[in-house]
Design a binder for this molecule. Sequence first.
Ligand code: AMP
Ligand code: MG
Length: 406
Amino acid sequence: MISVERALERLLGATPVLPEEVAPLGAAAGRVLAEVVRADADVPAFVKSLMDGFAVRSADLTGGAVVLVVVREIPAGTDPAALPPLAPGTAARIMTGAPLPPGADAVVPVEESSPAADHPGAVRCAAARPGDHCAPRGADVRAGETLLAPGDFIGAAEVAVLAACGRAAVRVGGRPRAAVLATGDELVPPGEAPAPGRLRNSNGPMLLALAARAGAAVADLGIAPDDPERLRAAVERGLEADLLLISGGVSMGARDFVGATLRDLGAGILFERVAIRPGKPFTAARRGRTIVCACPGNPASTYVSFQVFARAVLRRMSGHPHPGPAAVRGFLAAPARQRPGRAGYWQARAALVDGRLTAEILPASGSADIAACARGNALVVLPAEAGARAAGDEVDILLLDDPFDR
Ligand code: AMP
Ligand code: MG
């Protein structure tokens, strides 16, 4: 039996990083950037108004409210080079995002102005200081500045940065193809009523959802019975993917054929039993450039196996520089105990309580309790040697709701 840390090391060491490719901007979200992105120009590229109002010469307004003659209107999109200088005693009506004319050095917002009733075409402006309500050239970004770097996850804000830099296409890490195979004579598809003794396949849809959320292009291989020939045919198809996710058939039962089938098909077993609870019989293998994650059939075990191992594989393949699960530190809401020997990954609900990240381990009937997983949003990680923990003890927490998934 291998520790979780060693297992992850061995698994990620065997996992190839997929070749980079070029993605159009519209398909870049969720990928990993594979190039440096620098600003191609100053932003803003000119002195820009931050408000709807009046561009003014602040020197005209040092003494307080003054009536200025409104000489023109400057909408956003006006070419700054086409603007004549603003003469003393005048103002230009200006919109947010429009360039200030030469000579103007401040903006008086509409809210701080009033029509000058006795002077048609004039405006009474409140006092202003140089720089009020306008942004100097390059205030946000300088031309040549590095904005994004290889390994950055591309979320919505990164997409906006790429768009702002004129990048219609961008170099990204590869997108892994994941195939999902559920095994078990007892399984029926979710749309069917199970005959007595049989069970709906919940792991298949769950693994498809997990892999898709982790950025993979997924393929459903359905259900294979515990029959060596038919299992072999299904696994052989799955080995064409970058990652083959299997559920069931990896324990010690007389009809658990997954390990033997993988060996038969020429896959090298990386490890077969991990010191983890739930999920001990997790089996990892590689054939060529394909990684196999074969999870124990109990749904909560499959769930944890994916969260700890398979997601890291997908992230490595996609080019993430830190593919492993990243725990944060938090505090136990209630005492916890576990038998020593295997690291515990316990379904939990994490929340901020008085400003502290606090996790409550959820009651679960066992490793088939998928409803407990659905109630949880985190896993509390207790190391293999941990015995009893008190309420308030500091622990590792894996957050599962992707609060930072932009
Ligand atoms: P196994 O690892 O194949 O021995 O399965 C362990 C337990 O998980 C058994 O009770 C199975 O019925 C159950 N199980 C296996 N595969 C699935 C699945 N795809 N969906 C729901 N439960 C499953
Ligand atoms: Mg089975």
